[in-house]
Design a protein around this ligand. Structure first.
Ligand code: NAI
Ligand code: MG
Length: 354
């Protein structure tokens, strides 16, 4: 099979780190006999907007909706275009229209990256955060009444559907089952939020019965955030609702260092639509054009993409190569105290792939 990947570099350093991501993907594909074809698109960028007055062509869904995955750099150029216009005109459209109901981020302490948690070394922290990405607390059900009076009140309801909750839990349990520790942690708050969160807990219990090989536990979100910092070694796969997952998926990577290396996937596991793989960082206008951006977040996102496509060996080889590269000070970029530029770092990872 030949995989077809839609490549969208976007804005700013997105355009600088993308070539390094592709370089490493090509190296890993060659080593592992994976056949992959890249189609390049210039939309979802300020340059495109300047020419066409919109972020994407009207037929964007036809253009990229049939690809096996989308490899995305970063979008946003606040000096020229407001962020809500650029993000809602592209990235957020992908997430919604392509029903990417899983947001997946690794939390892994890498060599050469100073952890803000004292005394932790590579190997100590290695888990995944799985966030529900389509419903939950981020619903549009609610309203505001009696504005500007003493009777003013606002309300916003959490929406949990059985389909929505079960599909994210199934994804998380399957991920846990595929890992050596086979351990799943659920984020809850059923002591305080007395209707939706007990329902979430109930569905976790029901799903757990289908995965007898997976050990599972649950923590209230308040103590769970504390444990991310105090005992990151306790976790293997952590699943949460939209709000709790949002918080945990920023907190986790923050516990392991720099924004320049963090990857993410917005995933439609059913395969009805393509998934988007992108670094966590944005377009970094403050350093764009200097050739110093760290390409590791982009490269690692590529590894996640290969793993998602079922090319586990190729994905694995990229993560190993990233670790070996980061271990060498001279191969690291400036944000990690090194002196390599974007291209030198990308080339080093590509050469380490085996
Ligand atoms: P940012 O992530 O672009 O930058 C934050 C800081 O981290 C900056 O000082 C930057 O230089 C540094 N940084 C980021 N990535 C780096 C890398 N690979 N290597 C070295 N240093 C790096 O976030 P910011 O400045 O808040 O947003 C800039 C633009 O990016 C905005 O338009 C924002 O909306 C957009 N954005 C887009 C995202 C996406 O496409 N998914 C995500 C986050 C922001
Ligand atoms: Mg967030």
């Amino acid at each position: 099979k030949q995989y077809r990947i839609a490549v969208i570099p976007g804005d700013g350093i997105g355009k600088e780190v993308m070539p390094e991501g592709l370089r490493v993907l090509e190296a890993a594909a060659k080593k592992h006999g994976v056949s992959v074809h890249f189609d390049h698109f210039d939309f979802s960028s300020w340059d495109y907007y300047e020419k066409h007055g919109q972020m994407m062509p009207d037929d964007w869904k036809e253009k990229i909706g049939k690809h096996d995955a989308i490899y995305f750099g970063a979008v946003g150029w606040p000096a020229k275009i407001p962020d809500h216009v650029s993000l809602w005109g592209s990235l957020i459209k992908f997430r919604r229209e392509f029903d990417q109901y899983v947001n997946l981020r690794p939390v892994r302490l890498m060599p050469g990256v100073p952890s803000p948690l004292a005394g932790r070394k590579p190997g100590d922290i290695d888990f995944w955060v799985v966030r529900e990405n389509t419903e939950g607390e981020y619903s549009s059900v609610g309203g505001r009444m009696f504005p500007d009076t003493d009777r003013e009140f606002v309300t916003q309801q959490t929406v949990m559907t059985r389909t929505g909750v079960d599909r994210i839990l199934k994804f998380a349990f399957e991920l846990a089952q595929s890992r050596p520790k086979k351990h799943l942690t659920s984020a809850t708050k059923s002591n305080g939020i007395s209707i939706t969160m007990p329902y979430w807990d109930e569905r976790v219990e029901a799903m757990a019965k289908k995965f007898p090989g997976v050990k599972w536990d649950k923590y209230h979100i308040d103590i769970l955030t504390a444990n991310f910092v105090l005992h990151p070694d306790w976790f293997d796969v952590v699943v949460g609702s939209n709000l709790f997952g949002d918080i945990l998926s920023d907190l986790g990577p923050a516990c392991t260092g720099t924004i320049g290396i963090a990857p993410s996937g917005n995933i439609n596991p059913d395969g009805d639509f393509p998934s988007v793989f992108e670094p966590v960082h944005g377009s970094a206008p403050d350093i764009a054009g200097q050739g110093i951006a760290n390409p590791i977040g982009m490269i690692w996102s590529g590894a996640m993409m290969f793993e998602h496509l079922g090319e586990k060996e190729a994905g694995r080889s990229i993560v190993d190569a990233i670790e070996r590269t980061l271990a060498e000070r001279t191969l690291r970029t400036k944000d990690l105290g090194g002196n390599a530029d974007t291209t030198a770092c990308g080339k080093a990872v590509a050469e380490m792939v085996d």
